[in-house]
Design a protein around this ligand. Sequence first.
Ligand code: HEC
Length: 120
Amino acid sequence: MTADSKRRQRHTRRRHTVTAVALGLALSACDKTDPVLEQGKVVWDGTCKVCHLNGMAGAPKIGDTFVWKNRIAQGTDVLVSHALNGFEGNQGTMPARGGNPGLTDAEVAAAVQYMVSQSE
Ligand code: HEC
């Protein structure tokens, strides 16, 4: 083996380690073991993200523990009911099912759970 190919091999190994660490972090961050949260993330990405990622139209931003604290304190049932039926608050209007009538109750509830899990 030439010195050059050895160097290349070392380099490749290091890159794999970095990838594995990044993947591990990504997996632990979104808790792949809970199927409800996994489904919730898919629904959230498809319907809720447009407002809840950056707080568009007054939506509470995902991951902003400060704005979510009092909302979460209402309990999951209230949050899910507001997400299903729509909700007019001080910040703006949460449309029923995020404006996507094709979503089932379970899908909306999973999306709420996902968003809460990222915002506690
Ligand atoms: C068109 C923008 C928009 C979309 C899309 C949207 N939301 Fe919202 N959502 C809002 C706004 C605005 C509020 C805050 C209303 C207020 O408190 O004034 C809100 C609030 C909420 C709340 C907090 C309710 C409470 O009682 O405090 C939950 C839970 C929620 N949304 C879930 C969802 C879910 C789940 C989806 C996707 C299925 C979704 N939202 C999609 C705009 C949106």
